[in-house]
Ligand binder design. Structure first.
Ligand code: SDX
Length: 428
């Protein structure tokens, strides 16, 4: 029984509607509005700005304070002390691995990194200049053709195997998207390499030379994956949950998340940030673009700025900016012109009343592209990197939803179309 109640009075109704109010372990209270449909009334919240769509214990964001916790652990501490695979374990299991649990988990993931050889044929059908997100969306959905018949989504063990498979195979498929575009042979994962090291090897290695991956770049790549691992009920995670609520195959659900992530308002922003920095071209042009971002008649927005939830610095952006310094120093490109433009753009925007008033700060996408470009990853593959990092979050939310009682997601609407009218009878 809820301790607090909300009362909704609607003109024309005799008595107010009593609605239970629930409190989470932290964060805003929620008003349970499920009974409203029986009163013939809906809530109205396009974009779900004020809507809690589910219970979850995976990630907590305090947008005003710029706080991001995964199972209670601050993202800054995980970025400093943890690894991507340890964070994957944390998201899936709810606790950090103890004893030899991490070694066992890393081994489990390692032995799922190869993809069925038939998947190689799917790439042959894509044009060479196909966008990597188009390829990734297709081949991840195709995984459901290989893992469906024996899959019982109501069996938690089956769900965890699916989770391990999709986390493990995403970097292999991501690298295949890149290799297809440059006409080089696909590289097989190496079982003596770490997750991020293996990814960079599959990206930039060739059968003609022994593996050679920089430990600094592997660490930077691992941290970038970690920083993207989960982010509460964002658009792509909500898409995975909605698809999963119908009982769909988990690989098909992840493919739906990839499709949602692709948009430039979401995960596609990292690619859009680089395109924007290239378009700005020189620090002398920054003021013009800041003016355009503020002009309501101009569709241009400052990509990598603003966030639905963060009205403070995105804590991930702060960590990524620090990695920028390390990677650019390592590569001897500390004077990277794009990084200089980005830093100047950030400084000017954060001093501008328009951005201050709207609490628009750099988000996770603002700096990530600069590192990825410095590592040698093409701009068109940036959102594929985001998807690879976000896969544990997507599949952890899918697993969490199916571990609890859930209903098929089916929102309603405010109907503004014609009311009933008869089909016109034609003369003669
Ligand atoms: C991600 O949800 C998540 O958690 C997402 C994510 C994750 O990890 O999953 O964090 C990853 O998607 C980060 C966001 C990446 N997207 C971008 O960087 C694209 C640029 N940003 C904007 O499109 C926008 O800020 C959004 C989409 C991120 C947020 O949009 P909202 O919450 O719907 O905000 P809004 O569009 O209502 O904007 C509020 C005001 C508006 O001005 P007014 O009408 O009040 O005058 O701020 C303005 C907007 O015009 N505004 C911007 C702006 N972002 C918002 N103006 C200029 N440049 C911008 N980037």
């Amino acid at each position: 029984m809820s301790e607090k109640m909300a009362r909704l009075s609607v003109d024309g109704m005799e008595d107010p509607i009593e609605l239970p109010v629930y409190q989470g372990s932290t964060g805003p209270d929620v008003v349970d509005v499920r009974s409203l449909v029986s009163k013939g009334i809906f809530t109205y919240d396009p974009g779900f700005v004020s809507t809690a769509a589910c219970d979850s214990a995976i990630t907590y964001i305090d947008g005003g304070a710029g706080v991001l916790l995964h199972r209670g652990y601050p993202i800054e501490q995980l970025a400093e002390h943890s690894s991507f695979l340890e964070t994957c374990y944390l998201l899936l299991q709810g606790e950090l691995p103890a004893g030899d649990e991490l070694v066992a988990f890393e081994k489990e993931i390692r032995y799922h990194t190869m993809v069925d050889e038939h998947i190689h044929q799917f790439f042959r059908g894509f044009p060479r200049n196909a966008h990597p997100m188009a390829m990734l969306c297709g081949v991840v959905g195709a995984l459901s053709a290989f893992y469906h018949d024996e899959l019982d989504i109501d069996n938690p063990e089956h769900r965890l195997v699916a989770a391990h498979r999709v986390i493990a195979k995403m970097p292999t498929l991501a690298a295949m998207c890149y290799k297809h575009g440059i006409g080089q042979p696909f590289m097989y994962p190496q079982n003596d390499m770490g997750f991020a090291e293996n990814f960079l090897h599959m990206m930039f290695g060739t059968p003609c030379e022994p593996p050679q991956v920089s430990p600094t770049l592997s660490k930077a790549m691992d941290t970038i994956f970690l920083l993207h691992a989960d982010h509460e009920q964002n658009a792509s995670t909500s898409t995975v949950r909605l698809a999963g609520s119908t009982g769909s195959n988990p690989y098909a659900c992840i493919a739906s998340g990839i499709a949602a992530l692709w948009g430039s308002a979401h995960g596609g922003a990292n690619e859009a940030v680089l395109e924007m920095l290239y378009e700005i071209g020189d620090e002398s042009n920054i003021d013009e673009y800041i003016a355009r971002a503020k002009d309501k008649d101009d569709p241009f927005r400052l990509m990598g700025f603003g966030h639905r939830v963060y009205k403070n610095y995105d804590p991930r952006a702060t960590v990524i900016r620090g990695i920028c310094d390390e990677v650019l120093d390592e590569l001897g490109s500390e004077n990277d012109p794009l990084f200089r433009i980005a830093r100047k753009l950030e400084k000017i925007a954060l001093e501008d009343e328009y951005f201050i008033e709207r609490k628009l700060f750099p988000n996770v996408d603002f700096y990530s592209g600069i590192i990825l470009k410095a590592i040698g990853i093409p701009t068109s593959l940036f959102t594929v990197i985001f998807a690879t990092g976000r896969t544990p979050g997507w599949i952890a939310h899918w697993h969490e939803m199916l571990s609890d009682s859930y209903r098929i997601g089916r929102p309603r609407q405010l109907y503004k179309g014609y009311t009933k009218r008869d089909y016109p009878t034609r003369a003669g």
